[in-house]
Design a binder for this molecule. Structure first.
Ligand code: NAD
Length: 250
């Protein structure tokens, strides 16, 4: 199995891409530690896949992150998946919205990495293994511009910059760090965004229209890339913003 003997922690694993990734990593033999702010979603995941260990974790809570890192064994893989889509232009983004987006989408990754990286480095050094950090960015507005993704695009571009900095700092110690940049994926939060728009039918058509393959991504279109980037198969890949976007950026 592709993640045999690997311990992998995933944030925002309660639904969407994080949830699918937790199941995919477990299928490939990883010990999966699934975290999310929502206890009910985690309980449903644990019922579906009893081998997956779950912990309620708010990635904006540094004290909780530090406590969890101290309680868990060292990781081989960390997938920082948590993130939020702010809808609006620069004029529609007040300071509170900007700060919230940066706190959840960017600073959370800084917090998680500072808490879990020392254990990952120590384990690699001790056991001669390699380790991987995967950070959730996006195709939307960090790679290709889209309307009403001002704060979102800025945060996801920051994730890519942070990823490259971490990759450069630890490449000689065997740690890889990459950013994942999906196109539009059919997840519960995307459905919420469609439902909240003034014309939901048209909003869904618009999302699909920007996908040259003529459909939204399913979570299962994204998770093989997550498994690959967390596994040793990607041992020569670091510092990359990896696009899985259905051809939007061809
Ligand atoms: P989602 O937005 O449907 O679910 C997000 C999950 O995050 C929920 O389970 C929620 O409980 C959890 N969460 C919210 N706040 C949290 C916090 N403070 N701490 C921990 N968990 C928290 O899932 P999704 O659409 O798959 O998005 C996941 C990631 O993928 C995000 O970073 C998003 O920006 C990114 N992304 C999504 C798409 C897409 O089209 N869906 C495309 C590109 C990138």
């Amino acid at each position: 199995m592709r993640l045999e003997a690997k311990t992998v922690l995933i944030t925002a694993a309660g639904q969407g891409i994080g949830h699918g990734s937790a199941l995919a990593c477990a299928r490939e033999g990883a010990r999966v530690i699934a975290t999310d702010i929502d206890a009910a979603l985690l309980a449903a995941l644990a019922e579906k896949a009893p081998g997956i260990e779950t912990h309620v974790l708010d990635v904006r809570d540094d004290t909780a992150i530090t406590a969890l890192a101290a309680a868990l064994p060292a990781l081989d893989g960390l997938f920082n998946c948590a993130g939020y889509v702010h809808n609006g232009t620069v004029l529609g983004c007040d300071e509170a919205a900007w700060d919230f987006s940066f706190d959840l989408n960017v600073k959370s990754i800084y917090r998680m990495t500072r808490a879990f990286l020392p254990g990952m480095l120590e384990k690699m050094n001790r056991d001669g293994t390699s380790a991987s950090i995967l950070n959730m960015a996006s195709m939307a507005s960090s790679i290709k511009g889209f309307p009403n993704r001002f704060a979102y695009g800025a945060t996801k571009a920051a994730v890519i910059g942070m990823t490259k900095a971490i990759a450069a700092d630890y490449v000689k110690q065997g740690l890889r760090c990459n950013a994942l940049c999906p196109g539009t994926v059919d997840t519960p939060s995307l459905r919420q965004r469609i439902a909240a728009s003034p014309d939901p039918v048209q909003a869904e058509k618009d999302f699909i229209a920007r996908q040259p393959m003529g459909r939204l991504a399913e979570v299962a279109d994204i998770t093989p890339q997550v498994v690959y980037l967390l596994s040793d198969e990607s041992r020569f890949v670091s510092g990359q913003a990896v696009l899985v976007d259905g051809g939007v950026t061809i």
